[in-house]
Design a protein around this ligand. Structure first.
Ligand code: HEC
Ligand code: HEC
Ligand code: HEC
Length: 467
């Protein structure tokens, strides 16, 4: 009797709790509309939206390899399962053609779809929430004037209960803060523009900030370094592992072109970011660079002195030119002794990395490379195994892949040699296993034209005039 009463009370409490949660989690549907006429959007607004879409990398996630722009279907692997990006072309049945502007703004601000379902944060609305209504309106105008594509996104592959969208309300209650970017009056407009873009549309933290066990970015550790698609996204704060400290000028050049003479090339997922940033107005890249430089802070005297010393060695490329320092043609490293890694390096790598060759074949001196000085060997392993294919029709950095040439043991020996010779950081661990793992993933390198043209958003002028 007593026990039955306790059980009944517990059941009632649980039901009230559930009811309260559902009421809290519930979002209403926003009525479907007839797809707006593309002519109804102002051309200048559409153009502005094109730039914002490039800043937000909408094309990178919403286009599958060889698929149509913005038609979705890209598989995004997460530690919890695979989530597919959706079709954001104005197709009325499979895209967002029936979404009103208000429904679109709600999705960006709150991560809720038109019908009221919570969206997975693989869609980085934890950043997009900071975007202003005006910018969302421009993005909406841009997307609604794209060619509608009929394409259904594959169903997500997530285990119960993560496949129930209602549970996302719990995730949001714990980790999500909605609302547009608030201007920081302590800083000038350029810094604020940069902060707005980096924290908002650019969602730089979604790769460069570490995540907790539930996949949310760690508060208080913004830009302390994260992981993306099997690549290390290096710290962009004071703990940046770059051997030559970054400054705003170097950041601007790297972000807009995907390469800097003192830092090397943008690879993997960062290549898509720089390809897009290559298409946006100079002031925006400048603002992003200004803000990131301020997050990093000025280098310590010791770091600055160390960087300056590295730049005085012969064979360093000069920013903005093909030339190397001091006219000295450096001689490729010759290995004496029995170190297997040293022998491989001298035979296979040194002629490009130490001989002062210009681009496209002249790699940076590897003691300048963040890859060799980073906390994790994934990036150099990716680059050495798969190389850097040429971007079509231009003088972009080119490096052959060594996956068919070097076995796991030889790769490990080479990496140990590089780490001890070109860095003063602690040794990497379990290299052979790591190489074997990455080899299994067999990922292709994506390389975009350094000026961004290869993956620029689709032509920003109206495409969709057929209906
Ligand atoms: C990091 C990858 C990523 C980026 C970048 C990204 N999205 Fe998405 N987006 C997704 C995923 C994944 C979904 C699906 C989420 C889900 O199913 O819950 C999605 C869903 C959406 C939706 C909801 C569509 C629907 O049918 O429910 C909209 C609208 C959207 N994205 C717009 C954008 C815009 C605009 C941009 C650029 C400013 C953008 N996305 C950038 C991954 C991304
Ligand atoms: C044909 C010339 C060539 C050869 C051979 C070559 N590289 Fe490269 N490598 C390049 C170029 C060009 C780049 C891109 C510019 C840059 O970042 O240095 C590059 C980039 C790299 C990077 C990334 C540097 C960074 O942080 O941006 C690493 C690491 C690297 N190479 C290691 C090697 C190793 C190890 C070998 C030998 C197994 C090798 N390379 C052989 C030309 C070459
Ligand atoms: C999709 C994931 C992703 C996003 C989004 C992203 N990055 Fe990166 N970023 C990376 C990865 C991975 C690397 C390392 C690869 C490499 O060495 O180029 C990187 C490298 C960098 C570097 C070079 C750091 C160094 O020391 O070599 C800078 C600077 C940088 N990112 C800035 C940004 C900024 C600014 C943004 C936002 C506008 C951004 N990133 C957005 C993944 C990302």
């Amino acid at each position: 009797m007593k026990l039955a009463r306790v059980v009944a009370i517990v059941v009632v409490i649980v039901l009230i709790g559930l009811g309260g949660f559902v009421a809290f989690a519930w979002r209403s549907e926003i009525a479907a509309i007839d797809p707006p006429q593309p002519q109804s959007f102002d051309a200048a607004l559409v153009q502005k939206g094109a730039t914002l879409a490039a800043l937000g990398n909408c094309n990178s996630c919403h286009s599958a390899p060889a698929g149509k722009s913005f038609a979705g279907g890209l598989a995004l692997p997460t530690p919890f399962g695979t989530i597919y990006s959706t079709n954001i072309t104005p197709d009325p049945d499979t895209g967002i053609g029936r979404w009103s502007e208000a429904a679109f703004i709600r999705a960006m601000r709150e991560g809720v779809d038109r019908e009221g379902n919570h969206l997975y944060p693989a869609f980085p609305y934890d950043h997009f929430t900071k975007v202003t209504d005006d910018d969302d309106k421009a993005l909406y105008a841009y997307l609604m004037t794209r060619t509608p594509v009929r394409a259904e996104a594959p169903a997500n592959d997530l285990p119960f209960p993560l496949n129930v969208r209602l549970v996302l309300a719990g995730w949001k209650a714990l980790f999500f803060e909605s609302g547009p970017y608030a201007i920081d009056r302590a800083h000038d407009p350029q810094w604020n523009r940069g902060a707005y873009l980096v924290q908002g549309l650019g969602h730089c933290g979604s790769c460069h900030t570490p995540r907790n066990a539930l996949g949310a970015e760690e508060r208080g550790q913004e830009f302390a370094g994260g992981e993306a698609e099997g690549w290390t996204a290096y710290a962009l704060d004071a703990s940046s592992p770059a051997p030559v400290p970054w400054d705003a000028d170097a950041l601007k050049a790297y972000l807009a072109s995907g390469w800097h003479a003192h830092h090397g090339v943008a690879r993997g997922p960062m290549a898509e970011v720089t390809a897009n940033l290559g298409t946006v107005p100079d002031e925006d890249v400048q603002a992003i660079a200004t803000y990131v430089a301020s997050v990093m802070g000025p280098p310590s005297d010791a770091a600055k002195a160390r960087g300056d010393k590295l730049l005085q060695q012969p064979g360093v490329h000069q920013p903005g030119t093909d030339a190397q320092t001091a006219g000295t043609q450096t001689i490729p490293v010759k290995a004496d002794g029995q170190d297997q890694g040293a022998l491989i390096y001298a035979g296979a790598c040194s002629s490009c990395h130490d001989a002062g060759r210009p681009l496209p074949y002249g790699g940076i001196k590897l003691n300048l490379s963040t890859a060799v000085n980073g906390p994790d060997p994934s990036n150099p392993i990716n680059v050495i195994l798969y190389g850097l294919p040429a971007a079509e029709g231009q003088k972009s950095p080119v490096m052959p892949g060594f996956q068919g040439v070097l076995n796991d043991g030889q790769m490990a020996a080479l990496l140990i040699y590089m780490r001890t010779t070109f860095s003063d950081k602690p040794a990497w661990k379990d290299l052979e296993d790591k190489v074997a793992d990455i080899r299994k993933g067999d990922r292709e390198m994506t390389v975009h034209a350094a000026d961004g043209t290869s993956s620029a958003p689709a032509n920003p002028t109206r495409q969709n005039t057929s209906w």
